[in-house]
Design a protein around this ligand. Structure first.
Ligand SMILES: NC(=O)c1ccc[n+]([C@@H]2O[C@H](COP(=O)([O-])OP(=O)(O)OC[C@H]3O[C@@H](n4cnc5c(N)ncnc54)[C@H](O)[C@@H]3O)[C@@H](O)[C@H]2O)c1
Ligand SMILES: N[C@@H](CCC=O)C(=O)O
Length: 515
């Protein structure tokens, strides 16, 4: 009998012993930089000629590791290994599968700072952001393990005399797991372990920018006793390897988290039946966002300002949940804008390894250029209040940037920038604010800062986002507490860390016997 699920606590970095322990972990990881990582297919380690060079976005001269790079031939090998292993793995009991997750969670908990340190180096996360990512990865394993046990119990049915009726949640088959780089541990772990605990086998194609952290997680799965072939690790280019796997006739489902465009492409490819395919592929896609915080005229304006700054600039705005639009009622617009600009000017942008920074770099050269291009667009679409360009450093550093008086239809108010760029939009009244908030094609997160009960109730029904928060930030969903996922072009309406999530990785079989 396992104890009830509890969220993993975050590390208190105000305590000196915790800061010291984290410094040590950073050093431990630093000593391991530049190593090589192999593909893992059916337990076999495969080293390829061609490599992905993973670099530190805070210092582009620093190599985090060289990761072997799969091609279509190796993707085929991984698919065959996963399909073969499925025949055995599906027969392993749900409890035994869950125990592997609990053990993996325990190992990760023991190596918590080390894994967070890898993310500081490889993804440019600040200490607390990296710590939260590791905690979420632990939570996913603890939560999905318990969920699988719950789903394997006797299911409620209307029972009738003379028949024995049972409903079982059985696995689907081979799942292709394609995570993003921005929650390189938590989201990759969540989608991979949900798949495997439900009895599926996995071909995991991690994001290239963060393929080392995924390789480190493969070591944990092995230490936890996961049999070879249940998860097959094949880093490689999205278009070449990712699409090959998505189109494959043996692929039963695809668990994807990433951008809108790639999600739609995967959905389209998966919908096309190929020769030899015996099922309709299931696509679980969690995609982008263009998230708003509404500030009402009677709101606590200091709370509003702090909430906007944290939600917009945490991890340099590289969260699907990040606030990129502050929609403020005209009565308090100038005051909120001034407070937010003042706070933003205080933010410290520096290398992620330094304690106490507010923002590290953005992930890579492409992101850097794209965000700087959007800043130039913003200069034509709004009034630049702070930031507006590169920041100092030998990495991809960008100043936290705010534009005021942006039209709700402007490009910077509609398109996902995925960087530290915030648009201020003026609303005439609360209804106008809700209209503006709902006028994007996304529907992921949103917040309302208000003391007006009627307005909060109105937002509760009319603000169309998957994760709606009142008087708090719109980032930082906790597993089990705030099941996470959005509407419209933000995805397929799934809820990671929710009580219905594992159903997406199973199919229900009813067996009825007349005695
Ligand atoms: N809704 C959510 O829960 C959530 C969470 C995190 C990130 N995101 C979104 O993810 C995006 C940022 O992540 P990203 O830059 O890694 O996204 P991305 O779409 O560029 O890449 C995501 C993954 O897809 C792979 N890929 C790329 N092209 C592919 C193709 N043609 N076929 C198959 N796979 C392919 C990539 O290699 C990577 O592993 C943002 O849009 C963000 O909003 C959403
Ligand atoms: N679940 C995270 C966002 C994941 C996307 O980047 C949050 O709630 O902030």
């Amino acid at each position: 009998m396992v104890v009830d699920f509890r969220n993993e606590p975050f590390t208190d970095f105000s305590k000196e012993e915790n800061r010291r322990a984290f410094e040590e972990a950073l050093e431990t990881v630093r000593a391991q930089l530049g190593r090589e990582y192999d593909l893992i297919i059916g337990g076999e380690r495969i080293r390829t000629e061609e490599k992905i060079r993973s670099i530190n976005p805070s210092n582009v001269d620093e190599t985090i590791g060289y990761v072997s790079k799969a091609n279509q031939e190796l993707a085929e090998k991984a698919m065959q290994a996963a399909a073969k292993k499925f025949e055995e793995w599906k027969a392993v009991s749900p409890e035994a599968r869950a125990r592997i997750l609990f053990r993996a969670a325990a190992i990760l908990r023991r190596k918590k700072h080390e894994f967070s340190a890898w993310m500081v180096h490889e993804a440019g996360k600040s200490w607390p952001e990296a710590d939260a990512d590791t905690a979420e990865a632990i939570d996913f394993m603890e939560f999905y393990g318990r969920e699988m046990i719950r789903l394997s119990e006797r299911q409620p049915l209307t029972r009738i005399p003379g028949e024995d009726n049972e409903l079982y949640y059985i696995p689907l088959g081979v799942g292709v797991v394609i995570p993003p780089w921005n929650f390189p541990l938590a989201i990759m772990v969540g989608m991979t372990t949900a798949s495997l605990v439900a009895g599926n086998t996995v071909v995991l194609k991690p994001a290239s920018n963060t393929s080392v952290i995924a390789a480190k997680f493969m070591e944990i799965l092995q230490d936890a006793g996961l049999p070879d072939g249940v998860v097959n690790y094949v880093p490689g280019p999205g278009v070449e390897v990712g699409e090959y796997l998505v189109k494959h006739p043996l692929t039963r489902f695809i668990a994807f988290t990433g951008s809108r465009d790639v999600g739609l492409r995967i959905n389209e490819l998966a919908a096309k039946t190929v020769p030899g395919q015996k099922w309709i592929k299931r696509v679980i896609a969690e995609m982008g966002g263009k998230d708003s915080i509404i500030v009402d005229k009677d709101a606590d304006l200091d709370l509003a300002a702090q909430t906007i700054v944290t939600s917009a600039f945490g991890f340099s705005g590289q969260k699907c949940s990040a606030c990129s639009r502050a929609i403020v009622l005209e009565d308090v617009y100038d005051e909120v804008l001034n407070k937010v600009v003042a706070k933003t000017k205080q933010l410290k942008v520096a290398e992620a390894k330094s304690f106490g920074i507010d923002m590290g770099p953005v992930i890579d050269e492409n992101a850097y250029r794209k965000i700087l291009d959007y800043i130039e667009i913003g200069k034509k679409e709004g009034r630049l209040m702070t930031g507006g360009g590169k920041a100092e450093g030998n990495g991809y550093f960008i100043q936290p940037t705010i534009f005021a008086d942006v039209s709700p239809d402007a490009r910077i108010a509609q398109e996902e920038i995925f960087g530290p760029v915030l648009a201020f939009i003026k609303a005439k009244d609360f209804d106008d604010a809700l209209r503006i908030a709902n006028n994007t094609e996304y529907g992921l997160t949103g917040s309302v800062i208000s003391r007006n009960r009627a307005n909060l109730e109105k937002a509760r029904t009319e603000f169309h986002v998957g994760n709606l928060y009142f008087n708090r930030k719109c980032t930082g969903a906790l597993v089990g507490v705030h099941p996470f996922g959005g509407f419209n072009m933000s995805g397929t309406d799934s809820k990671a860390g929710g009580y219905d999530y594992l159903l997406l990785f199973t199919q229900a079989k009813l067996v009825s016997e007349v005695f």
